[in-house]
Design a protein around this ligand. Structure first.
Ligand SMILES: [Ca+2]
Ligand SMILES: [Ca+2]
Length: 258
C-alpha cells in the first residue's frame, strides 16, 4: 500500500533531481553501450573471449630401425580465431624445426625413444603444444667378410679409476686370415661415435694381434695408443665398430654387463 501511495503522489522537487540524475546515468550507460559497440565493430563485430589454438600432428612411423626418416604433419592444428603464425618442433634428439610439414632423420647406434614436441603460436601470440614419442631401434650391422676381428681381451674396465688408468683400457684386433692386411685409415668407434683412426702404414700379418690402448704412448709394432683424454669405453655397456678406410663395417663387438 505504501508503494502504491508513493506512485500516486505528484512529483516533488526532490523527485525532479532524481529524474535528472537518472537521465545522466542513462546517458552514461548509453555511452558505455556505444563504446562497446564501437569496440565490437573495430574487432570485427565480436567481443567474445579469443579461443585457444589446438596443436595436433600426425607422423609417418612411431618406430623403426636407424637410420629412420619420420615425416611430421601439423596441418591438422587449428587456430579458431585466426591463423597459426608459427610452428616450432623439438624432435627430442637435440634438433628443432619450423615447418608445418617436415621430415626428420633419426640416427643412432643404440635403441632410443625420443619425445617429439610441437608448439604452435597463433596471431594473438596464444600457444598450444602436444607431444608424442618415436622409438628408433639399433641398426642391423652387416659386417663384410674380412679377416680382421675384435678378439679377447677387450679390456673396457681398467683397473681402478679408468680416467686415471687410461692405458689399462684397451681392445685387441687379430688378423685371422692368411694374408697381410693394411690397416691404414681404418677406424674403431664407440657407441657415442668417438673414433680412433689407425695411422698410415700399420699392417697386420696373418694371426698377428694389435692392441689399442685408450691413453697416450709411443706406437710400436702391435701396440697403438688412442691418445684419448678420458675413458673411451663405458664399463657397463658399449658397442665397438671396426671400419676399413672406405668406412665399410668390417667387424663389431658389443658388451652389456648391466
Ligand atoms: Ca671404461
Ligand atoms: Ca675401472
Amino acid at each position: 500500500m505504501r508503494s502504491d501511495m508513493s506512485r500516486l503522489r505528484s512529483p516533488s522537487a526532490n523527485d525532479a533531481s532524481r529524474i535528472v540524475l537518472s537521465s545522466i546515468i542513462m546517458t552514461k550507460r548509453q555511452m558505455l553501450a556505444l563504446s562497446g559497440l564501437l569496440i565490437g565493430l573495430l574487432m570485427g563485430g565480436c567481443v567474445t573471449p579469443a579461443l585457444l589454438p589446438v596443436a595436433v600432428f600426425t607422423f609417418s612411423s612411431t618406430s623403426g630401425e636407424s637410420s629412420l626418416i619420420v615425416t611430421f604433419d601439423a596441418s591438422g592444428s587449428q587456430a579458431p580465431d585466426g591463423t597459426i603464425s608459427k610452428y616450432a618442433w623439438d624432435f627430442g634428439d637435440g634438433t628443432t624445426g619450423g615447418e608445418m610439414i617436415t621430415a626428420h632423420l633419426y640416427q643412432t647406434d643404440v635403441e632410443g625413444t625420443y619425445t617429439v614436441t610441437l608448439q604452435i603460436t597463433d596471431h594473438l601470440s596464444q600457444q598450444a603444444s602436444v607431444t608424442a614419442e618415436v622409438t628408433v631401434q639399433a641398426p642391423t650391422i652387416e659386417a663384410v667378410d674380412a679377416s680382421v676381428e675384435f678378439v679377447w681381451p677387450f679390456h673396457h674396465d681398467a683397473s681402478g679409476d679408468d680416467a686415471a688408468n687410461l692405458n689399462d683400457e684397451y681392445f685387441t684386433l687379430q688378423n685371422k686370415g692368411d694374408e697381410i692386411v693394411d690397416l691404414s685409415g681404418w677406424t674403431v668407434e664407440n657407441e657415442r661415435g668417438v673414433a680412433f683412426r689407425i695411422p698410415d702404414g700399420v699392417r697386420l700379418a696373418p694371426n698377428a694381434v694389435i692392441y689399442v690402448h685408450s691413453g697416450s704412448g709411443l706406437n710400436t709394432t702391435g701396440i697403438l695408443y688412442w691418445n684419448a683424454s678420458q675413458p673411451v669405453w663405458n664399463d657397463d655397456y658399449d658397442l665397438a665398430i671396426l671400419r676399413d678406410a672406405e668406412g665399410t663395417i668390417i667387424d663389431y663387438y658389443s658388451y652389456n654387463s648391466c
